[in-house]
Structures are given as structure tokens and as C-alpha cells.
Design a protein around this ligand. Sequence first.
Ligand code: GLY
Ligand code: MN
Ligand code: MN
Length: 467
Amino acid sequence: MQDGGGFDPAALVAERRARAAERWNLDRGVVLAPAGLMLPIAGTDQFHEYHAHPEHRYLAGVGQPGGVLAFDAGEGWTLFVPQPDAAERVWTGDGPSLAAVGEAAGLEARPASELGAWLERRRGEPLAIIANDDITLRATEYGVESWAGLEFATDEEESERLRTVVAELRRAKDPRELALMREAAAATHRGHVAGIRKARAGMSERALQIEIEVEFFRAGAERTAYGSIVGGGPNAATLHFSPTAREFGEGELILVDAGAEIGGYASDVTRTYPVGTRFEGIQRDLYELVLGVQGRAIDRARPGVEYRDLHLAASVETAQGLIDLGLLRGEAEGLVERDAQALFFPHGLGHMLGLATHDAGGCLEGRVPSERPTLRYLRADLPLQPGYVVTIEPGVYFIRALLEDPDLRRRYRDDVDWERVDGLLDFGGIRIEDDVLITEEGAEVLSAATPKSLEALEELRREGLGA
Ligand code: GLY
Ligand code: MN
Ligand code: MN
């Protein structure tokens, strides 16, 4: 079946499975890729919002709770999907038919009640588990009567090898995935623009979150890709701040990090803007600093460039900007070698994006993650390739947990103008985040439509406030 974008989604998913099987190169044995089970909410007959494991969803093309994509080295792929019993049909409905799930996956789907017998016929075979490995602990909920009776010994090392192959495949997005990511970015754009227009002094973080998310959903979002982060004033210094009833005050900045999800694909966009109509004083200086760092990182993004190098260049530029503003002292490279800028920019430049907000990143084989404050939260250490989507999201924050830490104040005694910094402890923070597709020649910003220049933001704020 062709969808509106001219792709055959089921055929694209079948190609992913074929590539995985080829790269796995197994002579014998079984691989299970469970989607994960629903998590009940205590005191209700309902469940937490469900998110299928991205490895399952990538290879199956669907993400039914309790689904298991199974692979036999000799016979290939089978998808098992739970079928609701009469009581479940009464309370939660029939759900999609087996035929519909199978059509979307490009496979014949079987009821989950047949998984036990399928496994029984392969008793004692080598077994690898990828995606959600809860199946060994919660086998009955997957429709398998007794896991122990099947005498499988899961090969952890092999499971890791297969997972690494899938992570590598997931990095470069296919045309269908990119179409969904563009839709997600478009819905996110609508939400952010509504937020930039509607924010005002006296409005709560929660109220702004609602205004933004309602537009995501109106524009086709199925969920938010992650819990929306909305922080006003000092709250913007908490990297993953959950919006509260706190009201925005005159003169503050608002940081909104929020993204729509469509067809399982995330967008992840951050904008920071004033409660009033202008960035004032140090707000303006720091905003220009972060915007410059972000723009140059995007300009440098292209195939073959190491993401880690983009991050390190952004770290040096942030350090230089903070020196220029009199907050850090010394020489930028030396400060980054000592991780001094990480007091103000304590996260990575970003991460891969796709079926998960923090998608299949990690270190290229043979590389070891660094524990240095500058590199600890860099979620991808690999060369960029066409088709990868990464976020580029530098920031500067005044975080009390770091800046009031006596050990850190001692260590960076001479590197920081502590008197100035102490005067900014309620500043909050600035982050600017876009979703960037690496193309053959360079990069395309999927979230480019969402305004971020000082002038565009201030104009939207004036329009929003009728000023
Ligand atoms: N929205 C979470 C992040 O930017 O990583
Ligand atoms: Mn992000
Ligand atoms: Mn984000």
C-alpha cells in the first residue's frame, strides 16, 4: 500500500528487517524483539501512556503493547500480537485486527497465544533478546506459559551484538521516517509559535504548556515526544524542568523545550524568549552568545564531521563568550580542558533523534564514554552521516546545584568571577535547540521555521502582547 508520501511503509519496514538479518548473519537460533507491556496505574483500571520499545517498532513498523517480533535464523520473521479477550474488548475495545497489524508490518501477524508453541518448537536453541527484555520475567503476560520450561540460555553478548547492529541501522532515517519527522517538526512549530504569542506575565508554566500542547495535538501529534519542559525565570536553569503553577514574572525569560510525536517519531525543539517584548541587558548578551554557538555548530554539521568535535567547538565558543562577558577568566581552550565552561553548559550538544527522543546514539565501536564534565552527557560520539537526525542544543544556565557547590567554587576559584555569577543565580537559563538532518552536502534544519532570531522572537512577542 502506498501512503500519501508515495512510499510503501510496509516495504520499507521489510527492507529494514532484511538488512538486520543480513548484518546479524546467524546460522541458527532465535531472536526475540518484544515491544514491552503496558504498565498499570495503581488505583485505576488504566495504564500509563504506552511507548513501544524503539527497536521493536523500527523492525516491526508497528508497536502493539505485548507484541513480539520473533526471528528464526532458518525461517525468518513472525510477529505475535496479543488479542483482547471479551472483558478487554468491553473496556478498551477491539483494537486493530491481526490483518491490519500484519499489513502495516508487511508480515503475517499471529496471535500472541501462539508464541509459546513457536518457542516450544525451538526449545534449547541459542536465544538472543533485543528491544524490551522483560519477556524473561513476565513471560505469561506475553502469552508464554513457562519460560523456565523452554530451557533457553539467553546469550547476553550476542544480544548486545545484535542490538548494536539495529542501533547502527536506525541512525540513518529512510524516506518514510523523514516524512514523519517533518510532520512532527511542523506540529511542534505550531505549538511553539502559539506559546511565543500567548505567554505573558501572570500566566503559569502549566497554562503555557497547555497552550503549546493543544496546538501539537491539533496539528496531528499523537503524543508529546517527552514531558514538555516549561520554566520561567530561575526554573529555566533546571534542564528538564516540569511545568508548575508558578507564574511568569515581568522581566524574566521563559524556556520551552517541547516536541510533538507523530507515527512514533519525535521532534525536540527549545526556544527561550522574554516574558515582555525585549531581551534586556545580560539576557540579550547571553542569548546572542548561545544563538551564535548554535548557528556555527549547525553550519559545521555535515557528513564525516565528528559530533564530539562539534560539541567541543561549542564548548570552547561558550567559554570564549563567557570570558567576553566577564563571567569566566582566562583562555577558552584551557578553561574547557579544565571543564570550567561545564559549570554553565553542563550537557552535551545534543543527541540523535528518531523513534526515541534520545535515539540510537552512543559511542562508535571501540570508543569509551568519557566521565569528564564536558563530555559526560554527550549522548552520541560518532561521525555524522547522511540521513542522521541530531539535535543541536547548546545552552547557558545558572544552576545553583553547581554554582553553590563549595568544592566546585574552590576548584574554579580563579576561573570564574564569582561575584558576578552570584548576582545571576536567579537568572535561569537559555537553551536553543533544533532538529538537524545531515544531508549529502551538509545539513537541513527540520525545525527551521520556528523563529529564534532576537528580532523574530521580539516581533512575535510584540504581536502576542498587542504592544
Ligand atoms: N527534550 C530533552 C532533550 O533535549 O534532550
Ligand atoms: Mn534534545
Ligand atoms: Mn529538548
